[in-house]
Design a protein around this ligand. Structure first.
Ligand SMILES: NC(=O)c1ccc[n+]([C@@H]2O[C@H](COP(=O)([O-])OP(=O)(O)OC[C@H]3O[C@@H](n4cnc5c(N)ncnc54)[C@H](OP(=O)(O)O)[C@@H]3O)[C@@H](O)[C@H]2O)c1
Length: 294
């Protein structure tokens, strides 16, 4: 039996993993057992409890979905963001050192400064512009000190679970006559359910081939857009007449500085795991189907 721990399992990505597992949407070749934990059952800041919990179970895989993800709040809450995004990763790594556990850790496109005009590969220079990005980069570096770590950087994550841009626009466009959305930040939306599915594929392939592909990988949906483009389509799919106005980031000041261009090059993950990644608009259709079914 392959045992898998998913931390931060009540967040967007963790909930999608849980949902795929519980509804049997993915067939593993070998029997698997998932343990889903969140702050109330496994607080990653409690290093003593965490170490005992992990060592008592000796998991084959740990998928760390826990994070401090409020990018703007992190600017004034640096200590907490660093504790969750970096110190907690250290706590996990210390609990698994000298074990055979494989560690899948999730990170972000915000480790880049966004000054590029072509998609970022895994080797490219990182230079986060926000406290969130800095804390996530520290977490990556700590995770990668352990030799059985895979870091998956993703971008613009949304889901039917939790809080995210897609759900916010879907709600606001029913309440407002117009919305102002920035058009000068370019990236790729990622439906968390697609990423969850890919994590299952990675685990399944690792078990089948008895080979773990450690290192950094980039994953998002295919295609590129601005937040404005993304909002326009969400409004249309919501059946709303709400007008969406394109504005510049300078006219929508936020505490955290975000990258203008954070498109990730997905060549490595596609080739290594033989993936076909859906375009973000196809995945947005799926999101709406699932949103309406919930
Ligand atoms: N959201 C995005 O747009 C985005 C973009 C790029 C990358 N990512 C990365 O993708 C990953 C998943 O993001 P997400 O959007 O699914 O995150 P999320 O919805 O914010 O969920 C994070 C989860 O972590 C849990 N957590 C926080 N502190 C914890 C602790 N001390 N111990 C255990 N669990 C704790 C939270 O629980 P509580 O609610 O109880 O605090 C929450 O359930 C993260 O690594 C994130 O950095 C996200």
């Amino acid at each position: 039996m392959i045992s898998i721990l998913v931390t931060g399992a009540n967040g967007q990505l963790g909930s999608e993993i849980k949902n795929i597992y519980k509804t049997n949407l993915f067939k593993f070749e070998k029997p698997v057992n998932f343990e889903f934990t969140d702050t109330s059952t496994l607080d990653l800041t409690n290093s003593t409890f965490l170490k005992k919990f992990i060592q008592d179970h000796s998991f084959d895989f740990i998928v760390n979905c826990a994070a401090y993800t409020n990018v703007d709040l992190a600017e004034s809450d640096k200590e907490k963001a660093t504790e969750i995004n970096s110190v907690c990763v250290k706590n996990i790594v210390e609990a698994i050192e000298n074990s055979t556990t494989k560690f899948i850790h999730i990170s972000t496109d915000y480790v880049f400064d966004g000054k590029n005009h072509f998609p970022y590969t895994e080797e490219m220079h990182t230079n986060p512009t926000s406290v969130y990005g800095i804390s996530k980069l520290e977490g990556e570096n700590i995770a990668l000190r352990y030799d059985k770590t895979m870091v998956i950087r993703t971008s613009w994550l949304y889901s039917t679970y939790g809080k995210n841009f897609a759900k916010t626009i879907h709600k606001l466009c029913k309440e407002k006559e117009f919305l102002n959305v920035v058009f000068d930040q370019i990236g790729s939306p990622t439906y968390a359910k697609d990423l969850a599915h890919v994590i299952f594929q990675i685990i399944d392939q690792t078990v089948k081939e008895n080979q773990f592909n450690n290192g950094i990988y980039h994953y998002s949906n295919e295609g590129v857009c601005s937040w404005y483009d993304f909002a326009k389509i969400i409004v249309k799919k919501s059946g709303s007449e709400c007008k969406v106005n394109p504005i510049e980031s300078k006219d929508y000041p936020t505490p955290a500085k975000r990258p203008f261009y954070s498109v990730l090059n997905k060549g490595k993950i596609k080739q290594t795991f033989n993936l076909e990644i859906p375009h973000w608009q196809e995945s947005l259709n799926e999101f709406f189907k699932n949103l309406n079914n919930n």
